[in-house]
Design a protein around this ligand. Structure first.
Ligand SMILES: C[S@@+](CC[C@H](N)C(=O)[O-])C[C@H]1O[C@@H](n2cnc3c(N)ncnc32)[C@H](O)[C@@H]1O
Length: 239
């Protein structure tokens, strides 16, 4: 959705800033913002108006990848399992899906995945640290096919700028969708932003295919993909 998310008190209770210098001296599971069990992946920021502190969020500092609209999490789980040296954040606004996924992560014992229940645009504009992610995945973003609903689409100029803010230089954005008209629009928006260059599109292995990709492949629906690399700041300013 491109319209600014409603960050209501109901959805995102703004808890007073709890983080302090001394927080870093506490065991990870006792640090403000962490759930009681060390394995729980659901992450509730201590303060929804401050940049996320990745050192509080994860037990170990590793490179970061983000799955936007992670849904039931087939891709996120497989990717995290295959890359234990990378931290993953799954973002979705549907709490039921995230809770189910949280239980699955708990069962697998993965320590490199965290789940954030929030609007993606808010996460990228406000919460995620600048230049923090090496890869961002946006698989099957809701296409909102009716023209009068297009303004609800996630991709818009402001979201592309927010992606450019969070992606580290030379980091990648990967998109796939069954809605080819939306794919063309996303591609145009990303190029118009000026901070990205197109690269070969990512194709997922069977093991890492998302839930939606598996469904559409089963229906023999064509799937469109595109990928972009975040240019160095100097290069994106030239273009
Ligand atoms: C079509 S599903 C795709 C799920 C998954 N990526 C896949 O390929 O199987 C889109 C997901 O994105 C989430 N979503 C849609 N718009 C969102 C937004 N603005 N912020 C956060 N999550 C969003 C939905 O709740 C849903 O889980």
């Amino acid at each position: 959705m491109c319209g600014y998310p409603s960050v209501s008190a109901d959805n995102h209770p703004v808890i007073p800033a709890l983080r302090s210098e001394s927080a870093m001296n506490q065991p990870v599971e006792e640090r403000p913002g962490r759930q009681a069990t060390a394995a729980a992946a659901m992450f509730e920021p201590g303060n929804w108006t401050q940049t996320l502190d990745l050192s509080v969020m994860f037990d170990f500092q590793r490179t970061l990848e983000i799955d936007v609209g992670c849904g039931k999490g087939r891709f996120l789980l497989a990717r995290a399992r295959n890359n234990p040296d990378v931290n993953y954040i799954g973002i979705d606004r549907m709490v039921k899906r995230l809770r189910k996924l949280d239980r699955k992560i708990d069962r697998t014992g993965l320590d490199n995945v965290r789940l954030l229940k929030t609007e993606a645009s808010y996460a990228f504009e406000e919460l995620l640290p600048p230049a923090s992610a090496n890869a961002i995945y946006t698989f099957f973003p809701d296409p909102w096919p009716k023209r009068r609903h297009h303004r609800r689409r996630l991709f818009c100029p402001a979201f592309c700028s927010a992606l450019a803010r969070v992606l580290a230089p030379r980091g990648h954005l990967h998109v796939s969708t069954d809605h080819l008209e939306y794919l063309a629009e996303i591609s145009d928006l990303m190029l118009a932003n000026g901070a990205f260059e197109p690269v070969d599109a990512l194709t997922l292995s069977e093991e890492e295919r998302t839930n939606f990709e598996k469904t559409f492949l089963g229906l023999h629906t064509e799937i469109g993909r595109c990928s972009f690399r975040r240019m160095d700041v100097a290069r994106s300013e030239q273009s």
